[in-house]
Design a protein around this ligand. Sequence first.
Ligand SMILES: Nc1ncnc2c1ncn2[C@@H]1O[C@H](COP(=O)(O)OP(=O)(O)OP(=O)(O)O)[C@@H](O)[C@H]1O
Length: 304
Amino acid sequence: MSELAIDLVNVTKRFGAKMAVDGVSFTVQRGQVYGLIGPNGAGKTTTFSMMCGYLYPTGGTVRVMGVDPSKDGALKGALGALPQDAVLPGGWKVGALLTYWARLSGLDKPENEAREALDKVGLMEAWGVETQALSHGMAKRVAMGQALMGKPPLVLLDEPTAGLDPRIAAQVRQVIRDMRGQQQTVVVSSHNLQELEELCDAAAILDRGKLAQAGTMAELTSQTAEFRVQVASGTVIVPELEAIPGVTSARMEGETVLHVRFDGQGHKPEEVISRVVGHLLQTGVLILGVSRGRRLEERVLQLL
Ligand SMILES: Nc1ncnc2c1ncn2[C@@H]1O[C@H](COP(=O)(O)OP(=O)(O)OP(=O)(O)O)[C@@H](O)[C@H]1O
């Protein structure tokens, strides 16, 4: 069995003259929570749709759980998906609709699956409610519940927390963490970069259809390459810091923030950070805090 949940090689998707996805390659390991990041129109939903098998690529190859997702029934039982603008059919009560979907998916005990899914998304009270009577956020959670039914090994969630109130969004994030705990693979797109930084093991950043960068969250946020020290008082002697083993450069950002780059391949981050902080204290500098790497948001803004 392939170790990869998703393997995209040089994938393109053209809509007429519009190149929505342009030569994108990245892989998602099984068991990872993987983020898809990018501004409006970057190609995230198009990429999702190709992973789900809803769209054929114009070029390149898409393999999902070791198979071509566009082949009929190739991913039956292996994939749960929340599309970006999931619309629930009218004329159904929520519980009956989810039970019907569970039955269509061939799940044992469809009503139990439906109840469990609704419970996971915190919406048990909606069991007997008509789908047309749901708010946007509630309908989205029902659609997400549908994606979770049967605990599929791969779950694709296109903007699962967009439009949800903060309490419910936190609950949805917890559902995603729980899926990772149960070895499910989750691919999630969001414009909330703090959320993705917190949730994801790795991510791909798309921009105007092209891959800007893909890597682990530690790579994207340079956890093993830089840190910042917030200085409370004292004089930082930059050349002395640059002479410390492992440090490749140091500079002050304004009056109070020291930015240090280091060689995280040849040196352990904790050793370099401790040497720098030790040196600062010895030279009479008082510090307020140390933070490793940079925010994902910062990296994305640099790239795009
Ligand atoms: N069916 C289509 N026909 C023509 N162009 C399309 C179609 N679907 C998407 N596009 C175009 O492809 C590009 C990528 O769209 P996509 O929806 O994948 O972006 P996205 O990253 O999901 O954006 P958003 O964050 O706004 O949801 C956009 O320029 C969009 O207008």
